[in-house]
Design a protein around this ligand. Structure first.
Ligand code: WQD
Length: 342
C-alpha cells in the first residue's frame, strides 16, 4: 500500500497508537494523527519523530465528537485508510464510568464512521479487545468463541463491532478489520517510547514498572483465588511492537475483501500475575513487593488467544517473548522515570 499512502491514526499519541505510528513511518506510510491527549501527551509524538527520523504529516489535537474539526482533517488530507485507537481502555475505570465509556468508545467510533463515509474513505482497522470474550469457559480463544463482555469497556468494544459489522452490510464498499488484541505491554527497544498512563496506572505492567522504580510502594495482586495454576489472573501478554506490526500488516490486507473481519492478536501463551511479577523481577534485577488483595470488579480468570487465524490469513505471528516485554518496559521506565517531558 505505501508509496504516499496516507493513514489517519486516531489516538496516535497513545501507547499502542504511537508505536504503530513508528511502524507506519518506518514502512513508508504518511501518517496523520488526531488525539485529544486525554490519556496521552504530545511528547510521545516527538519521540515518534525522533525514532522514525520524520514526524507525522500532521497532528490535530481534537476529540472525535468535534464533527467540524474531524471533517476538516479529511478535507485537508487524502486519507487512504484509518486506524482507530482513540478510546478509553481501563477495565476497572469503566465499571465506575459506564456512560463515559459508551459515549467515548461507541460515540467516537460512529462519529469517525460518519466522517469517513462523508469523505469517501472506506478502509478501517479497528482497535478491539480480547475483553469481549469475558468469562470464557475455556482458553485459548478463537474468533468464533462467543462474546460475553463483563464490564463497560468490553461491552463498548463489542457494541462497536456490532455497529461496524452492520454498517458493512449496508455499505458494501466498506472494508473493516477488527483486531481483538490481548494484553499489549512492553515498549520500543530504544527506550524512547513506552506506556505513560495519566495518574496511577490501571494496567499491571506500568504499575509493576513504577513499583520497581520505587514510585509506588507495592503491587496489589487483584485476586489469589481464581481457578488458575497459582490462583492469580492469567492473560496473554503481547509485545506492543508486535501489536504495531500487526496493524501495519492489517493495512496490507484491507483490500483482500469487503465487509468486516475479526482477528485475534495474541501470542497464545498465558501468564499469571505472579509469573509476570517473577519475569519483571528478572528484567529489573530488584524484588517487587506485592500483596494479594480482593478481585477487581469486572475481571475474569483467564484470557488467552488462539492466534492461528491471523497466522493462516497473513502468515504473521507475534514473535517477541515475555522477557523482551519486561526488559523493554523496564528500559523505558528507567530512562523516563517521569514519562515524557512536559
Ligand atoms: C491484567 C491482570 C488483573 C493491575 C487490558 C487492557 C484492555 C485490553 C486487555 C486492549 C489482571 C491484574 C492489574 C494491578 C493486578 N487491552 N492486575 N494488579 O484488565 O486484562 O485489560 O488488556 O484492548 O484495554 O486494559 O489488563 O493490566 O489491568 O490486568 O493484579 O494493579 O493483572 O487482575 O489479572 P486487563 P490489566
Amino acid at each position: 500500500m505505501p508509496g504516499g499512502t496516507t493513514v489517519l491514526v486516531t489516538g496516535g499519541a497513545g501507547f499502542i497508537g504511537s508505536h504503530t505510528c513508528v511502524e507506519l513511518l518506518d514502512h513508508g506510510y504518511d501518517v496523520v494523527v488526531v488525539d485529544d491527549y486525554s490519556n496521552s501527551s504530545p511528547g510521545a509524538l516527538e519521540r515518534v519523530a525522533k525514532i522514525a527520523g520524520r514526524p507525522p504529516a500532521a497532528v490535530y489535537e481534537i476529540g472525535l465528537h468535534d464533527r467540524r474539526a474531524l471533517s476538516r482533517v479529511f478535507d485537508e488530507h487524502a486519507i487512504d485508510a484509518v486506524i482507530h485507537f482513540a478510546a478509553k481502555k481501563a477495565v476497572g475505570e469503566s465499571v465506575d464510568l459506564p456512560i463515559t465509556y459508551y459515549d467515548t468508545n461507541v460515540g467516537g467510533t460512529t462519529a469517525l464512521l460518519r466522517a469517513m463515509h462523508d469523505h469517501g474513505v472506506h478502509r478501517l482497522v479497528f482497535s478491539s479487545s480480547c475483553s469481549i470474550y469475558g468469562n470464557a469457559a475455556r482458553v485459548p480463544l478463537t474468533e468464533a468463541d462467543p462474546a460475553d463482555p463483563t464490564n463497560p469497556y468490553a461491552t463498548s468494544k463489542w457494541l462497536c463491532e456490532q455497529v461496524l459489522a452492520d454498517t458493512c452490510r449496508y455499505l458494501p464498499e466498506l472494508s473493516v478489520l477488527s483486531l481483538r488484541y490481548f494484553n499489549p505491554v512492553g515498549a520500543h527497544p530504544s527506550g524512547l517510547l513506552g506506556e505513560v498512563p495519566r495518574g496511577t496506572p490501571g494496567n499491571v505492567m506500568p504499575y509493576l514498572a513504577q513499583v520497581a522504580a520505587g514510585r509506588l510502594p507495592q503491587l496489589r495482586v487483584f485476586g489469589g483465588d481464581y481457578p488458575t495454576a497459582d490462583g492469580t489472573g492469567v492473560r496473554d501478554y503481547v509485545h506492543v511492537m508486535d501489536v504495531a506490526e500487526g496493524h501495519r500488516v492489517a493495512l496490507e490486507h484491507l483490500d483482500d475483501e469487503h465487509g468486516m473481519r475479526v482477528l485475534n492478536l495474541g501470542t497464545g501463551q498465558g501468564t499469571s500475575v505472579l509469573e509476570l511479577v517473577a519475569a519483571f523481577q528478572r528484567a529489573c534485577g530488584t524484588p517487587i513487593p506485592y500483596e494479594i488483595t480482593d478481585r477487581r470488579p469486572g475481571d475474569v480468570p483467564a484470557l488467552v488467544a488462539d492466534p492461528s487465524a491471523v497466522a493462516r490469513a497473513w502468515n504473521w505471528t507475534a514473535t517477541r517473548d515475555l522477557t523482551a516485554m519486561c526488559e523493554d518496559a523496564w528500559r523505558f521506565q528507567e530512562l523516563n522515570p517521569s514519562g515524557y517531558p512536559a
